[in-house]
Structures are given as structure tokens and as C-alpha cells.
Design a binder for this molecule. Structure first.
Ligand code: ATP
Ligand code: MG
Length: 235
């Protein structure tokens, strides 16, 4: 049994079918990438999995059908999403943003421990703990968005384009931490435009085109696939 099993997932916005019946799975401990061009349906897929969009088909988490559960319940069950564009609360401080991520935890001591753990992972955030999030750089906001998601102690982390708009050095930093999070045992479903990076980071990958999964397999073999090389690696 996989940790996450998505079957025949369908999402439409009004008359537009954005996701057209895709299947994918993520096993416990894996990092799986979902790549594809703009508008392929990647974000829509993540939103459906995390309970933010109504959908057809099924989403199973640790064997349980969670298709009809609202987002907050999925967070309680251990699924957290880092949204595209980060969505930090600009007027709140770094510290306050992190604490918002812990709304499913009641124990104050536990929350304090989690905040410390995040600051250990991202020392830059610790230095800026009292700064308002809106004044952070793009990279720091991405760190904060990841940190906030980790505050709910997820077992499954859904990451939507963590490299978006960031300089190469910052991308490297962010992905170093993503790898660390993965090594700490958190299962990851990673959506990325940067296919080269996503394929290098992950064990398996899915390629989406116009709402369908067109290719899937070991990331290492997709890196060698001529079709992938031409369409997504710019060769
Ligand atoms: N709220 C919405 N209302 C109507 N159509 C939408 C909405 N959100 C997304 N779409 C459409 O659904 C399709 C898939 O969008 P989605 O955001 O899932 O793509 P994506 O693969 O994440 O793209 P990108 O790499 O640019 O983020 C697109 O054609 C988009 O225009
Ligand atoms: Mg997207």
C-alpha cells in the first residue's frame, strides 16, 4: 500500500478540464516529482490532493479514501502543502507565521520545540524571526513557507515550485533543505518547472501534459529519455 494513491483524478474549472483522470502514487519515504509545462495541471493536482478543490476520482492516504475530506482534516492527518507563490502572511512576523502553521497542535511546549527545529533547519529565518514576512526576500519567503508547512509535523509534504523566481544559489540552498527533510523521513511530492532539478532530486517522476500523465518512471531513466530531454531539458 502506498502512502498516497491518486486514481482517475479529475478536476474541472467550469467547463475547462484541467486534470483528466490521472493516476499516481507516492510510497512512504519517497520523493516523487511531478513535472510539466505551464498549465499542465500540476498545481491543480496538488490542490485536489490537499483538499482545496473538489474532484472526481479518488485520493487515498495510507489506505483511507480521503477524497471528501476538507483541507484542515488532511493537515491533521499529516498532509501539508507549500503553495505556489508561497502565501506567507506579509504583515505577520516570521515567528508568527511559523506559529500559524502549528494550528493543529495544542501543546505549547511542542510548538516551541517545532519552531526551534525550523530555525535549526533555516538559520536565516532565526536571524529574522521578528521581521515581518512581507519584507523578506523571495528566497527567505520560500524558506518560511516550507517552515510553516513543517510546523504541522506532516508525513507527506506537497511542494509547489519551490524554485520559482529564485537565483541559482538560493535554489540550491532551498533544495539542500528539501533533501534534509526527505532524509528525516518526510515523504515528498515535488512539483517543479525546473525539470532537471526535479529529476535529479527525486527517485521517480511523472510528466504531465494538458491534464494527463504522459510519462512516468525512475527519474534517472527519464533524464536519459530523448523525449524528456527535448521537451523539458532544452536539448
Ligand atoms: N481557478 C481557475 N479557474 C479557471 N481555470 C483555472 C484555474 N486554475 C487553473 N486553471 C486552469 O487549469 C489549467 C491547469 O492549471 P495549473 O495551475 O494546474 O497548471 P500548472 O501545471 O500548475 O502550471 P504552472 O507550471 O504554470 O504553475 C490551466 O489551463 C489553467 O488556466
Ligand atoms: Mg502551478
Amino acid at each position: 500500500m502506498s502512502m498516497l494513491e491518486v486514481s482517475k483524478l479529475k478536476v474541472s474549472y467550469g467547463g475547462i478540464n484541467a486534470v483528466k483522470g490521472i493516476d499516481l502514487r507516492v510510497d512512504a519515504g519517497e520523493m516523487v516529482a511531478l513535472i510539466g509545462a505551464n498549465g499542465a495541471g500540476k498545481t491543480t493536482t496538488l490542490k485536489a490532493v490537499s483538499g482545496l478543490l473538489q474532484h472526481g476520482g479518488h485520493v487515498r492516504y495510507n489506505g483511507e479514501d480521503v477524497s471528501r475530506r476538507p483541507a484542515y482534516q488532511l493537515v491533521e492527518l499529516g498532509i501539508a502543502m507549500v503553495p505556489e507563490g508561497r502565501g506567507v502572511f506579509g504583515r505577520l512576523t516570521v515567528d508568527e507565521n511559523l506559529r500559524m502553521g502549528a494550528y493543529v497542535i495544542n501543546d505549547r511546549g511542542l510548538i516551541r520545540g517545532e519552531v526551534d527545529r525550523i530555525y535549526h533547519l533555516f538559520p536565516r529565518l532565526k536571524e529574522r524571526r521578528d521581521q515581518t514576512a512581507g519584507t523578506l526576500s523571495g528566497g527567505e519567503q520560500q524558506m518560511l513557507a516550507i517552515g510553516r508547512a513543517l510546523m504541522s509535523q506532516p508525513r507527506l509534504l506537497l511542494l509547489d515550485e519551490p524554485s520559482m523566481g529564485l537565483a541559482p544559489l538560493m535554489v540550491e540552498k532551498i533544495f539542500e533543505v528539501v533533501r534534509q527533510i526527505s532524509e528525516n523521513g518526510v515523504t515528498i511530492l515535488l512539483v517543479e518547472q525546473n525539470a532537471r532539478l526535479a529529476l535529479a532530486m527525486s527517485g521517480r517522476s511523472y510528466v504531465m501534459e494538458s491534464g494527463t500523465v504522459t510519462l512516468e518512471g525512475e527519474s534517472a531513466s527519464l533524464l536519459d529519455n530523448p523525449q524528456v530531454r527535448q521537451a523539458y531539458l532544452g536539448e
